[in-house]
Design a protein around this ligand. Structure first.
Ligand SMILES: Cc1cc2nc3c(=O)[nH]c(=O)nc-3n(C[C@H](O)[C@H](O)[C@H](O)COP(=O)(O)OP(=O)(O)OC[C@H]3O[C@@H](n4cnc5c(N)ncnc54)[C@H](O)[C@@H]3O)c2cc1C
Ligand code: SF4
Ligand code: SF4
Length: 487
């Protein structure tokens, strides 16, 4: 018998060529952008968006999706952009993410840190491509609720966590009432300066909730006169507390009561509301986080190029602020004074100076950050007429009783200690997060807990979240997905 020559194995397709260079994101020049609060970053053109999307090598295991706290299927919207299906890309973006228009401007893009392309060059511009999907495709869509469940949930706090929970529960067919103490929803997003995002972005996101049974009651504070337990007595079957960190922390040094000392949150909120805000000629901002970066850059825009100084007690590598924001502040000419701790504020009837002391960095603390130690005899006075205090935020827990047994997260928001953020009071859940998308991620988990609790009351088994636009297939995690990072 004649032997048959074995068929040679099919040649493997060559691996996709990795392009390490990102298509440049258009931005305002430094002299122009510091004149006012105009947006710094602009959208990609259609051609640039497609070019950037084509850089994605479509990893079989999507590291980017795994790193996203809400499991946004960014690999999929990038694929659709690369083949010019802009409407499809917009829909995919919105089906996982009810705050897409806000997040495409301000998310700290944890996905990009995990993108494999970063190993060879600049990661795919995943956040900027989200913006391209929404602006180039049809993003004026309305979410579709499931059949009504006949149960109502009260959400206290209309920040990102509260909005995400309202969306999750609204899609599942629950009635939701959001109680928000401020005149507008958005939470701390309402303090993010206009050069990064505007209230219109939050409103665009909120408009897509129009067909869900979600009622927003603004200027409604839950607290001493209207305790959260009363909500359960008033016919709400469950309560989600997402009160975040709406008050500022103080320095706790002498002179902090002087006119001219301004809490950062108050300043940023007033600017965003369009109020006339006057600050002095010589401004010093104290802090090293994102709020401090927003404060120095906003102050620079208010005082039209006069010097603005940032005082931070540790060194630059230890600044908790987003590197992109630090870079923006450096580009705009902010003066950074590192390893200086504020000691007191001086002035006769108004701020005239901030006394600081040099700091040496000692042994690392439990969290691995080196402990600042003040150097005796190293005091100096920084002449100034405005001191902006940006040293963190905390929750206002007035009216929230001990029976809830809340835990305070290191960054200040209250959360339930139980499974899926359940508090010690049955039916009451509480969560928040250190950034917009982390707050949303935690709210997804809390909403699943609330759904399970309410299903229990009805004697039903919880189902996965339905498709956001009413498609027959229910919500599923993308292939290759493992465990979300939600801490
Ligand atoms: C200046 C600034 C810039 C930031 N920049 C970014 C950024 O670029 N990217 C990013 O991802 N994150 C950013 N953050 C962080 C982000 O805004 C927060 O992590 C996020 O908003 C937390 O969401 P949350 O819903 O848990 O709480 P919050 O946003 O604090 O919302 C809580 C809401 O509850 C309301 N509330 C509180 N108590 C009551 C009550 N008793 N009754 C009724 N309502 C109540 C509050 O008014 C508020 O609206 C920034 C924060 C600040 C301050
Ligand atoms: S929401 Fe943020 S982390 Fe998630 S994919 Fe979008 S930019 Fe990345
Ligand atoms: S990790 Fe980067 S290259 Fe891989 S799928 Fe995600 S965006 Fe594309």
């Amino acid at each position: 018998m004649a032997s048959v020559a074995p068929t040679p194995p099919a040649a493997k397709p060559p691996p996709p060529k990795l392009n390490p260079v990102r298509v440049q994101i258009p931005e305002e020049s430094v002299p122009d952008r510091t004149q006012d609060f105009r947006e710094v970053l602009h959208a990609y053109s259609k051609e640039d968006a497609v070019l950037e999307a084509k850089r994605c090598i479509q990893c079989r295991r999507p590291w980017c999706v795994e790193a996203c706290p809400i499991s946004q299927d960014c690999r999929e919207y990038i694929t659709l952009l690369a083949v010019r299906d802009f409407d499809g890309a917009a829909r995919v973006t919105l089906q996982d993410n009810p705050l897409s228009t806000s997040l495409c401007k301000v998310c700290y893009h944890y996905c990009e840190d995990s993108c494999v392309v970063k190993k060879k060059g600049v990661p795919i511009a995943i956040r900027q491509l989200k913006r391209a999907a929404l602006e180039l495709g049809n993003s004026d869509l309305a979410y579709v609720p499931s059949k009504p469940r006949g149960q109502r949930v009260a959400v206290v706090g209309g920040g990102p966590a509260g909005l995400q929970a309202a969306w999750e529960l609204g899609l599942r067919g629950y009635g939701v009432t959001v109680f928000e103490q401020e005149p507008v929803v958005g939470g701390l997003m309402q303090t993010i300066p206009g050069y990064r995002m505007t209230d219109a972005d939050v409103q665009t996101d909120r408009a897509r909730f129009r067909d869900l049974d979600v009622t927003f009651l603004t200027d409604h504070r839950v607290g001493p006169e209207f305790p959260p337990e009363q909500l359960l007595e008033q016919g709400y079957q469950a309560v989600f507390l997402s009160i975040g960190t709406s008050t500022h922390r103080v320095l706790g040094i002498p002179g902090e009561e002087l006119p001219g000392v301004v809490p950062a949150l108050q300043l940023l909120k007033r600017i965003n509301r369009g109020e006339t805000v006057r600050i002095g000629e010589r401004v010093v901002v104290v802090g090293g986080g994102d709020v401090a970066m927003d404060s120095v850059r906003s102050a620079l825009r208010l005082c039209h190029g006069r010097p603005v100084t940032l005082v931070y007690r540790r060194s630059r590598p230890e600044m908790p602020a987003d590197p992109e924001e630090i870079h923006g502040a450096e580009q705009e000419g902010i003066r950074f004074l590192f390893q200086k701790a504020p000691v007191r504020i001086v002035g006769a009837g108004h701020v005239e100076g901030l006394v600081v002391q040099s700091v040496e960095l000692g042994a690392p603390d439990a969290g691995g950050r080196r402990t600042p130690v003040n150097v005796p005899g190293s005091e100096e006075t920084l002449p100034c007429d405005t001191v902006i205090v940006a040293v963190g935020q905390k929750a206002d827990l007035t009216g929230f009783g001990l029976e809830l047994d809340l835990r305070i997260a290191p960054q200040g928001w209250p959360e339930g200690k139980g499974e899926r953020f359940a508090t010690a009071t049955p039916g009451v859940f509480a969560a928040g997060g250190r950034s917009v998308v982390y707050a949303m991620g935690n709210a997804i988990e809390a909403a699943a807990g609330i759904d399970r609790y309410l299903c229990g009351l009805r004697g039903e088994t919880p189902q996965p979240r339905p498709d956001a636009f009413g498609a027959a297939t229910s919500y599923h995690l993308p292939a290759g997905y493992t465990t979300p990072i939600r801490t």
